[in-house]
Design a protein around this ligand. Sequence first.
Ligand SMILES: [Mg+2]
Length: 349
Amino acid sequence: MQTNRRIIHIDMDCFYAAVEMREHPELAGQAIAVGGASGRGVLTTCNYPAREYGVRSAMPVFKAKQLCPQLVILPVRFELYREASRNIRQIFKHYTELVEPLSLDEAYLDVSHHKRRGAELAEEIRAAIYAETGLTASAGIGPNKLIAKIASDWNKPNGQCVVSPSRVAAFMQDLPVRRIWGVGPKSAARLIEMGVETCGQLQAHEKAELASEFGSFGLELHQLCRGIDERPVEANRIRKSLSNEHTFAKNIETLEDCEAALRRQHHELLEDLRSSAADRQIAKILVKLKFSDFRRTTAEIACRQAELDTYLKLLREAWGRSGEPVRLLGIGVRFAETQSGPEQLELAL
Ligand SMILES: [Mg+2]
């Protein structure tokens, strides 16, 4: 186990909204949100004054307007956000080659090789980001990715939090399990049934028990709940595709029901694209079905947008290949090729 890693997680504060606030000084102090223009009328992000009214990202516009009638909703301008993101990544490069971007507004930096303290580096990086872009960032500093990412949320906005190795045990003790990477609503519900809400409580469960309950993820959980995370910062990690799939509790018998399921999954896919791949070009989209007789089929088409109508067409095509009920529906995108290497990555943004 590598114990001497030092990782900084930088997370921009309400990034898209912050860029728009910078571009619209006349709106200073007002509740602002970005998004709402897509067919679904959902907000992409909002600033802190809007959050005080309970407005959240991914919230439908009508609901946000109910909570905060004076909310100013601006259209999404990815070109601007990409430009700010490029400038921020240039700053990271002054500090380390080992930068793993998670999205336009978040990245892990491995600064293990630095002689200076992580907290000091993080302060300096945040100040440089502010000087260069006029935007604030928060940072988490810790011995691994898990801790750094959780810590960056601790003193948000425009703050930072250091968790030194000696503080890890105490930091994990009362941490809600939901904060662990990979614990979604389903696993969290299952853990609550087991009487587990905090990482400290999860630590009382044996490895074998977690493995039988959650499979291989159970083994990871056994480590993660102790604050152990050995994933390295991967500087050139490039995702080839993004998808989600759902196995139904009861096989789906009609095309209409399958379409309804697709709509839900499509919504989820757009969220994932927004948060983790807003900078990537889509090359292909696809729908995968698995039937009750376990045969599977995939319908795909080359295109640059993940639009619902195109997915519905692909679904009908795949559906038509079998008369059997559907037990699994998967939808996804494949991204255009991007060469690894920092220069090419910059160009692709
Ligand atoms: Mg952020």
